[in-house]
Write a protein that binds this ligand. Structure first.
Ligand code: FNR
Length: 381
């Protein structure tokens, strides 16, 4: 109500209230190569767009007089009770989206601390994971691992994440090589190849031991070495036992869309399945991630499923939860919030999404996000 009352006194919010406006302002604010990198996806971006429109095919059944004056948005994951089911997905260039100072990883961690919305810190960050973790306070942080083609380095990254206090490891498996992204291919300046977002590598003792000269002295050679070891297309299910053995922290696999893979992941001892198609950035011509979610949830059984790809609003979060996700993450909306308004802009995006989620539950008569079920949705014809 406060937001509406502000309008009566002529006070207009500084940051965009609608997603379309957020996107427009982000495009105007960001340098073109950063905009292309963040907004772009694979091929003609059909899968990326379908991720978003997939939500239109489901509608929440409104209920009245349902006693939803108080809402419980909390969710439980790996022994943590989180105040809301929202998470900040790992975004490799989030550092650069802080246009003022290029400290977006730290700013994102501060917003996570202020809102209680957990951050999943990317391997590809501007600041080392230890510094990001320090900003998180009591809010849980997870570390997202791109397993490099160097086992010792992989182990070192996981050990550092444990020592820094991250409470889960998310291994991303849909990016063992880069996607075909025409927007990036048409414009010079792919961030990582300019040595940006490689702080976790450049600060790593194993990575440094592989170089003839330290990255500070020869950043080009260090970046070249990174490009050689970044992806590991030869990784198979046979490597999962090794990945599992690296940590006693909860382990999640990100990029799971097939129920067979979800089942195999669970059988291999993972603690969580992260259903995502990387926001449509990796492969075009696939299925919208939301369409994969119900089968992945069924296959995962008791193992919790985290979801992202295409979430733009409070109702989107509700639909993903009703289809069985335990938590729901956002990628681009967070990057745009940061680009448009720095820390305040990102916090605005997070708080608006949560307010819309809460308000929708209130209006439609649902007192708890955890109690949402598939039966609360109907297909939109
Ligand atoms: C990503 N994503 C990603 N995922 C990951 O596991 N590690 C990473 O470093 C990155 N980096 C990254 C950069 C940018 C610019 C974007 C937009 C995305 C994928 C991300 O975690 C998430 O899966 C998607 O962003 C979710 O889709 P939406 O919310 O962007 O539609």
């Amino acid at each position: 109500l406060g937001v509406y009352l502000d309008g009566l006194t002529g006070k207009v919010p500084e940051h965009p209230m609608a997603y379309a406006e957020l996107e427009r302002r982000a495009e105007r604010s960001m340098p073109p190569e950063l905009w292309s990198y963040v907004a772009g996806g694979a091929g003609d971006e059909r899968t990326q767009n379908a991720n978003v429109t997939a939500f239109d095919r489901w509608g929440l059944m409104p209920r009245v007089l349902a006693g939803a004056a108080e809402r419980d948005l909390s969710t439980e994951l790996f022994g943590h009770r989180l105040p809301t089911p929202l998470m900040l997905a790992p975004v490799g260039v989030i550092g650069l989206c802080d246009l003022a100072e290029g400290r977006g990883d730290l700013v994102t961690a501060r917003v996570a601390a202020a809102t209680g919305v957990p951050m999943i810190a990317s391997t590809l960050s501007q600041d080392p994971m230890e510094e990001v973790a320090r900003e998180l306070g009591d809010t849980p942080g997870w570390f997202q691992l791109y397993p490099p083609n160097d086992r010792e380095l992989t182990e070192s990254l996981v050990r550092r994440a444990e020592a820094a206090g991250y409470s889960a490891i998310v291994v991303t498996l849909d990016t063992l090589t880069l996607g075909w992204r025409p927007r990036d291919l048409s414009i010079a300046g792919f961030p990582q190849l300019k040595g940006q977002c490689l702080a976790n590598y450049f600060s790593d003792p194993v990575f440094r031991s592989r170089l003839a000269a330290p990255p500070e002295e020869d950043p080009e050679a260090a970046t070249g070495h990174w490009a050689m070891i970044f992806g590991n297309q030869r990784l198979t299910w046979d490597d999962l036992a090794w990945l599992r053995s690296l940590t006693s922290l909860p382990l999640l696999l990100k990029g799971i869309c097939s129920p067979e893979d979800a089942r195999r992941a669970v059988d291999s001892g993972v603690d969580g399945v992260y259903c995502s198609n990387h926001g449509g950035r990796q492969a075009n011509g696939g299925l919208p991630a939301l369409d994969c979610l119900p089968e992945v949830v069924d296959a995962a059984g008791e193992v919790p499923v985290v979801f992202d790809s295409g979430v733009r609003s409070g109702p989107d979060v509700i639909k993903a939860l009703a289809l069985g996700a335990r938590a729901v993450a956002i990628g681009r909306p967070a990057a745009y919030g940061l680009a448009v308004g720095g820390r305040a802009g990102l916090e605005h995006v997070v708080r608006c999404l949560l307010a819309e989620l809460d308000l929708t539950l209130a209006i439609d008569g649902y007192a708890s996000t955890a109690a949402l079920t598939r039966g609360d949705l109907r297909p939109v014809r």
